[in-house]
Design a protein around this ligand. Structure first.
Ligand code: NDP
Ligand code: 2IT
Length: 446
């Protein structure tokens, strides 16, 4: 099976040579599936790997919009509908100047496995644009979002494809997108998640990814008789996911000492709590995209142009973006005594760095398992929309907590079943894969 996997990866490299992030994601997932492919030759017979690595469709479109000075702009919009074997396509929209097809294909591919792990009926997709919200006025963001949806609405629907937020897309952007969808279709329906509470959103969705990541890490720590209480934690990023993670880790008795942005990182030796956590929301909403203002406001250290991974701590929660922990960072973290790394972002750790953590018996939570709480709560938002009902915060949080516990248990058991105990990467990849692959076989050659 090793040669089958290698030949699929080589074929993908030939056809997608300009998509390094997508190739990185498949190169991480496919080799870890070898044990399950060996036990079940039917997957190879049905060419499941080839079928799973080619999106069902990619929609790419022009997004023309006008800025406040009357100047015209054109951005590129995308939706990658990767796989709908177990439910409607589901995944976020990313608005960031770095966005391209390869990045969205990596995110869409990861989303297939992540959504499968949640146990909810959601397929995998991702979309976005190379538009960045940094420095844009509210009305510019609105005009852009309206133009984006004017094309996208043709391809989505509550039983077809349900987008949500990701980097650069939060409650405000979802609002403008939803308003335009409603205007174009004259239909009030659960076509997006992350909606406002007054118009179909779910309680706890904003917190869900960060909370879920901490719940997952808590389960991993418990396997070693450890907990968050009294631990020092490094967080990267300062956006939606970082905010939820800081809140929950602090609530569980940990001290979070760093945040980071594209400009560098801040080190707060007293720990980020109370009004400092609220200030994160202000920083994100300001659209400035720098963390230095946090250091200026609270009189803590700012390290320009650096990542937080050299700071001594027990737990690391990377919550900014892909490829932010390289091998040298992993070595530094292990040397400094980190016992647990749980990915809030998608693919923040390179393959080398991941392997280094695993070789050193670090509790390592791969994003598709550890950050699945966001999309899981999106799934709960879809359920509430279908019921035309809203659950209270306690109910949603309990469901989220249970889902994260289940994902942890499934990844752990699957890793053991396939001979790599403690390897949550293998466990999550195999468990996510089996459900989708079996569904594809059940549904014939589609
Ligand atoms: P936000 O837009 O709320 O925040 C992302 C923040 O990280 C931005 O401030 C961004 O700044 C910053 N950032 C980007 N690149 C870097 C970098 N290299 N170093 C430090 N900071 C950086 O996005 P989210 O919090 O929603 O997303 C963060 C990560 O979590 C992403 O990987 C996303 O895919 C993942 N995720 C999000 C989920 C969700 O529900 N929102 C669910 C699961 C995963 P700038 O824009 O200037 O780069
Ligand atoms: O990466 C992710 O899982 C998300 N950005 C959330 C997707 C969703 O549909 O809620």
């Amino acid at each position: 099976m090793k040669s089958y996997v290698e030949s699929v990866i080589n074929g993908l490299k030939k056809r997608n040579s300009e998509q390094p992030e997508f190739l990185q994601a498949v190169s991480e997932v496919l080799p870890s599936l070898i044990p399950v492919l060996e036990r079940n030759p039917i997957y190879k017979e049905h060419k499941i790997l080839e079928r799973l690595t080619e999106p069902d469709r990619v929609i790419m479109f022009k997004v023309p919009w006008m800025d406040d000075r009357g100047e015209y702009h054109v951005n590129r919009g995308f939706r990658v509908q990767f796989n709908n074997a177990i439910g409607p396509y589901k995944g976020g929209l990313r608005f960031h100047d770095s966005v391209n097809l390869g990045i969205l294909k990596f995110l869409g591919f990861e989303q297939i496995f992540k959504n499968s792990l949640t146990t909810l009926p959601m397929g995998g997709g991702k979309g976005g644009s190379d538009f960045t919200i940094r420095g844009k006025s509210d009305s510019e963001v609105m005009r852009f979002a309206q133009s984006f949806m004017t094309e996208l609405y043709k391809y989505i629907g509550p039983n077809i494809d349900v987008p949500a937020g990701d980097i650069g897309v939060g409650g405000r952007e979802i609002g403008y997108l939803y308003g335009q969808y409603k205007r174009l279709t004259n239909s009030f329906e659960g076509v997006l998640t992350g909606k406002g509470l007054n118009w179909g959103g779910s309680l706890v969705r904003p917190e869900a990814t960060g909370f879920g990541n901490v719940y997952f890490a808590k389960e991993m720590l418990a396997t070693k008789g450890e907990s968050f209480d009294g631990k020092t934690v490094l967080v990267s990023g300062f956006g939606n996911v970082a905010w939820g993670a800081v809140r929950k880790a602090t609530e569980l008795g940990a001290k979070v000492v760093t945040l980071s942005g594209p400009d560098g990182f801040i080190y707060d030796k007293d720990g980020i709590s109370g009004e400092k956590i609220d200030y994160m929301l202000y920083m994100r909403a300001s659209g400035v995209d720098k963390v230095q203002p946090f250091a200026d406001k609270f009189g803590v250290e700012f390290h320009a142009g650096k990542k937080p991974w050299g700071v001594k701590a027990d737990i690391a929660l990377p919550c900014a973006t892909q490829n932010e922990i390289y091998l040298k960072d992993a070595k530094e973290l292990v040397k400094n005594g980190v016992i647990c790394v749980s990915e809030g972002a998608n693919m923040p750790t390179t393959i080398d760095a991941t392997n280094y953590f695993l070789e050193n018996n670090i509790l390592f939570g791969p994003g598709k398992a550890s950050n699945a709480g966001g999309v899981a709560t999106s799934g709960l938002e879809m359920s509430q929309n279908s019921l035309r009902y809203g659950w209270d915060a306690k109910t949603v949080d309990e469901k989220l907590h249970n889902i994260m516990k289940n994902i942890h248990a499934t990844a752990k058991q699957t890793a053991e079943e396939y001979g790599t105990p403690g390897n949550y990467v293998n466990g999550a990849n195999i468990a996510g894969f089996v459900k989708v692959a079996n569904s594809m076989i059940d549904q014939g050659l589609v």
